[in-house]
Write a protein that binds this ligand. Structure first.
Ligand SMILES: *[C@@H]1O[C@H](CO)[C@@H](O)[C@H](O)[C@H]1NC(C)=O
Ligand SMILES: *[C@@H]1O[C@H](CO)[C@@H](O)[C@H](O)[C@H]1NC(C)=O
Ligand SMILES: *[C@@H]1O[C@H](CO)[C@@H](O)[C@H](O)[C@H]1NC(C)=O
Ligand SMILES: *[C@@H]1O[C@H](CO)[C@@H](O)[C@H](O)[C@H]1NC(C)=O
Ligand SMILES: *[C@@H]1O[C@H](CO)[C@@H](O)[C@H](O)[C@H]1NC(C)=O
Ligand SMILES: *[C@@H]1O[C@H](CO)[C@@H](O)[C@H](O)[C@H]1NC(C)=O
Ligand SMILES: *[C@@H]1O[C@H](CO)[C@@H](O)[C@H](O)[C@H]1NC(C)=O
Ligand SMILES: *[C@@H]1O[C@H](CO)[C@@H](O)[C@H](O)[C@H]1NC(C)=O
Length: 426
């Protein structure tokens, strides 16, 4: 504490300029500009639907996903700087009237295993000798529908609805579809993001593996693994402390403490488990974290690949989780590069941070007041990181039905440091 006698000195100071906190013009004080890092370009504008996921192809084609809701399409491709159209076709998007069904008064998402219900995440893997460059589509099968009095409800999943779809970017055709048994994808699971290791020697079947995060707001988050050769799937780290949301966590967005105000339920805090994941360039390590947590974790991918037939697979996985410490805030999605950096989207800070395994520390990469909820990142072969900006905290479901978002949404991009390339593992 400073001595109180300083007070009289301060009171006798006279100022000619009346500088207030609303008007800083002419201030002599050091000021936070709200920005640092490389130049951030406005690459694309969204005017019709608020996006969630995005992916950039090797030739610069750009795809976006939109969770439903009442949007007419859930997967799109940008056709110019201000518009996207349904991809791969309008016909593949399940009509809004078919997104949900009910049984004995309980709402369920559609069980349609071919039509697109509600696409959360996208990821593009490079061409390899066994498959073309592929757009992978994560369909949660769980749209948000309006319950009584405008209360937002996310119905349970039916087997078939939650699925992973592979679309060839050579012929724009779906060439594989994977669904899950209800013992792996629970009715209240929510597949939030996906990463791949497509090397032939990583699985016995020789066609690679997908690592998926189940962020289940309702309570059983964990990893889901999918053998892309056999189509079999299994879980790991379900409800391990490292995948659970931190209860009653109150983040701040744009300098305001955030509580969720939803119609029909008491005020609550954001509840979201395992959300971000990123595989290391050598395929050996998986980095991950829940959304409402300040900690970053990792686990050897070998522990995630271990089959249920190994009675110690779950015990060994749990023992091999590493807590890499706090990173300086909550994080949303991740992306990575060939230098091993683990980029994390930091909605509280309007920033992208990166964990560097060489320094064991998190570093600020880029910050800008335009980054109002970064949701999804994709590193292109051009060395740019593309970010979806969707103003999510202002969405109606969190604000008593009032939509405070202002179009356009945006894709911003910046050149990643150190000439980082995409993590291929092809
Ligand atoms: C802000 O302050 C500057 C100088 O102190 C003054 O010239 C300007 O008119 C003020 N702007 C507003 C919007 O009040
Ligand atoms: C979806 O619902 C919102 C809110 O009720 C409404 O403003 C919007 O026009 C609807 N969009 C479509 C495509 O029906
Ligand atoms: C962008 O594409 C949309 C959809 O095809 C079209 O309506 C719009 O006119 C295009 N805008 C420009 C600037 O070309
Ligand atoms: C689907 O949900 C809507 C509310 O958004 C409801 O009006 C409709 O009845 C539901 N459909 C079925 C088949 O239950
Ligand atoms: C699933 O959805 C697709 C796309 O809307 C549709 O073509 C197909 O007939 C649907 N399948 C079933 C079994 O309803
Ligand atoms: C498109 O490409 C996929 C993957 O290479 C292939 O399996 C499929 O037969 C092709 N479909 C068409 C219609 O060309
Ligand atoms: C798998 O193949 C890659 C080359 O694609 C090699 O670097 C790696 O060591 C191999 N891994 C195993 C477990 O054999
Ligand atoms: C870590 O996992 C490996 C299997 O990949 C296992 O052999 C080892 O015992 C585990 N470590 C601990 C401390 O349990």
């Amino acid at each position: 504490m400073k001595p109180l006698c300083m007070l009289s000195l301060a009171l006798t100071t006279t100022t000619s300029a009346q500088i207030t906190y609303q008007n800083r013009t002419g201030t002599i004080l050091r000021t936070d500009s709200g920005a640092y890092g490389p130049e951030l370009e406005e690459y694309h504008y969204y005017y019709e639907q608020w996006p969630i996921g995005l992916a950039i192809s090797s030739t610069g084609r750009f795809f976006a996903s939109y969770t439903r809701g009442n949007y007419t399409f859930t997967l799109g491709e940008a056709v110019n700087k201000t518009a996207e159209l349904p991809y791969p076709s309008a016909g593949l998007q399940l009509p809004v009237s078919h997104l949900n069904t009910s049984w004995n008064g309980i709402q369920f998402g559609s069980g349609n295993s071919t039509g697109l219900i509600s696409v959360q995440a996208l990821y593009i893997t490079p061409e390899n000798p066994r498959r073309p460059e592929t757009l992978w589509v994560v369909d949660t099968g769980r749209p948000t529908i309006m319950g009584e009095g405008g209360m937002p409800v996310m119905p349970y999943a039916q087997p078939g609805g939650p699925k992973i779809i592979a679309i060839s970017l050579t012929n724009d055709t779906v060439y594989a579809t994977y669904t899950f048994p209800s013992s792996v994808h629970y009715p209240d699971s929510y597949m939030n993001d996906i990463r791949f290791d497509l090397r032939a020697n990583i699985t016995a079947s020789g066609h690679g593996i997908a690592y998926i995060v189940d962020s289940s707001d309702e309570g059983r988050p964990g990893f889901i693994m999918l053998d892309l050769g056999t189509g079999s799937s299994w879980r790991r780290l379900t409800q391990h402390p490292s995948v659970l949301r931190v209860d009653r966590d109150v983040p701040s967005y744009q300098g305001q403490p955030f509580y969720q105000h939803s119609i029909g339920i008491p005020i609550q805090t954001l509840r979201e488990g395992l959300d971000g994941l990123q595989i290391s360039p050598d395929g050996e390590t998986m980095y991950y974290s829940p959304l409402t947590s300040n900690y970053l974790y990792s686990i050897p991918t070998a522990n995630l690949r271990a089959s249920d037939s190994d009675p110690l697979s779950e015990q060994a996985a749990s023992n091999n989780v590493t807590n890499l410490g706090q990173r300086g805030g909550n994080a949303n999605g991740f992306e990575g590069d060939s230098n091993g950096l683990v980029y994390q989207l930091m909605p509280e800070h309007n920033a992208i941070y990166a964990y560097d395994p060489k320094t064991l520390l998190n570093h600020g990469v880029v910050r800008d007041p335009r980054i109002i909820w970064p949701d999804g990142a994709s590193l292109g072969e051009d060395g740019y990181m593309y970010l979806n900006i969707n103003q999510l905290p202002h969405q109606p479901n969190w604000n008593y039905g009032e939509d405070g978002r202002v179009f356009p949404g945006a894709v911003l991009r910046f050149k990643v440091p150190g000439w980082g390339k995409i993590v291929g593992l092809a």
